[in-house]
Design a protein around this ligand. Structure first.
Ligand code: ZN
Length: 464
């Protein structure tokens, strides 16, 4: 049976209803990078696909990172002097700063304000804010509600736990004729938001459910992991399997009404790049193509210089609030979703996998080598000392250079640091990094100096 949409046992029109109702079931769950929200989510997915669940204990070292304590929450609210709960976790799980430590205190408005997060230019939305690696507590709320709060005493209750436990992730593998794999990775760590990241979860689940009925040449691996730390954990525990991954896509932000956006792989001309673009061109819809950048989602771990795997990302709205105002807010809800977009996205991924299957063995799928080192003696090359996944930058007191609510300048510095880390593979000179990142050479040099003082990059000897 060939991998063709017409060979599905039900119409993709019916699959869209399945995906949407799965999304409705998953929406209320308060997820985070660890805890029962992820377990509950994976348990629901197990009704559709027999995925395996893995638990990795707190304290486990994964490359430069350590599995954090496990966070769980039952209730949280801020009560005013009349006894009214004016911010209530039970109304929306976005109200709590994700990973808030337990609290039960009386507090002045001035003190409380330091722990409140809102978006002044989107006064009706609750922002999604996290504090994973820096113990803190807080509440997120609509800015218009914040403006109405009186200067009085408040009671803050956060019934949460932050204790030794584990990080949970899910994996589903469909064995093909060959060891060569296509990787579909999505993340399961966001609380009640649809596009980011329920859309990725439901499309990946539907793909896994319906593709497992076909006999395939490629093996398919589906990962349902907490973003960043989960990807780093999976890679660390499965390093030997990495060489089998020939193509991959990170599935995220795919259920809204926007046109398709394809973020290319780090090398930019891998078979997966050509395949995705071919399928989009054939479909006669408008789409955008953007070049790889070393932030965003888990493609940046798989594409770190130590692995350089060809992992792209086919999405719709770009996850950046300057472009998509719903991103990381309560506006990313079921109304922001379109069943037709989910169906269309499912079909595109299905066709992409079908096209890769059709071309199995025809192309050299190995990642192409980066450019040869330039012979120009004046160009400088550096090596990332943690080339496997990204280093845990929070450990290196780098955030003072780009932390918190960053100014434009600091944001550029942060971007420069990510570019230098990603391209310091001994093959890209600082000049080339500046060109590729579209940042000033001076900024790239400053970022490199900073990383050098933290021993995160080291200069390649000119004589090498
Ligand atoms: Zn996100």
């Amino acid at each position: 049976m060939s991998l063709d949409l017409t060979n599905l046992e039900i119409s993709s029109d019916e699959i869209k209803d399945e995906m949407y109702s799965l999304m409705e079931n998953l929406f209320p769950i308060c997820r985070s990078i660890t805890g029962n929200g992820v377990r509950e989510t994976l348990k629901i997915l197990q009704n559709s696909i027999p995925l395996s669940k893995f638990e990795v204990p707190t304290g486990t070292k994964v490359f430069d990172w350590t599995i954090p304590k496990e966070w769980n929450i039952r209730d949280a609210y801020v009560m005013d002097s009349s006894g009214k709960k004016i911010i209530n976790f039970k109304d929306s799980n976005l109200h709590i700063l994700n990973y808030s430590i337990p609290k039960d205190i009386e507090i002045t408005f001035n003190e409380l304000k330091k722990h409140l997060f809102s978006i002044p230019d989107q006064p009706n939305e609750i922002p999604y804010v996290t504090s994973y690696y820096n113990e803190n507590w807080g509440f997120c709320l609509e800015h218009k509600k914040l403006l109405n709060m009186k200067d009085e005493m408040y009671r803050v209750v956060i019934d949460s736990t932050l204790e030794n436990g584990s990080l949970t992730y899910g994996e589903f593998f469909i064995e093909g004729e060959s060891k060569d794999e296509i990787l579909i990775s999505t993340y399961v760590c966001h609380p009640s938001m649809c596009n980011d990241n329920l859309s990725g979860i439901v499309v990946a689940t539907a793909l896994a459910k319906y593709l497992k009925k076909f006999k395939l040449k490629y093996s398919l691996r589906f990962l349902f992991i907490p973003e960043t730390i989960g990807a780093i954990t999976w890679i660390c525990k499965n390093e030997k399997k990495m060489k089998n991954i020939k193509h991959g896509l990170v599935l995220t932000c795919i259920g809204d009404r926007g046109k398709f956006v394809y973020k290319k792989t780090r090398m930019g001309n891998a078979e997966i790049d050509n395949t995705v673009i071919k399928i989009l061109e054939k479909s006669n819809t408008s789409f955008d193509i953007i070049d790889f950048y070393p932030w965003g989602s888990d493609e940046r771990q798989f594409s770190s210089p130590g692995f350089n795997l060809p992992i792209g990302s086919l999405m719709r709205s770009i996850p950046n609030r300057e472009i998509t105002k719903e991103y990381h807010t309560s506006g990313d809800n079921l109304d922001f979703m379109s069943k037709e977009s989910l169906q269309d996205s499912f079909e595109k991924y299905f066709l992409i996998i079908g096209e890769l299957e059709k071309n199995f063995g025809k192309h050299d799928t190995m990642p192409n080598n980066p450019n040869k080192k330039s012979t120009n003696n004046h160009t400088h090359y550096y090596l990332n000392t943690n080339p496997k996944c990204e280093p845990q930058l929070g450990k290196y007191q780098l955030y003072e250079h780009f932390g918190g609510q960053y100014s434009k300048e600091k944001k550029f510095m942060k971007n420069a640091i990510f570019w230098v880390l990603n391209l310091s593979d001994g093959y890209h000179s600082l000049d080339e990094i500046a060109k590729r990142s579209n940042l000033d050479l001076e900024l790239i040099e400053n970022a490199t100096k900073l990383l050098e003082t933290k021993k995160l990059v080291t200069k390649v000897n000119d004589d090498d």
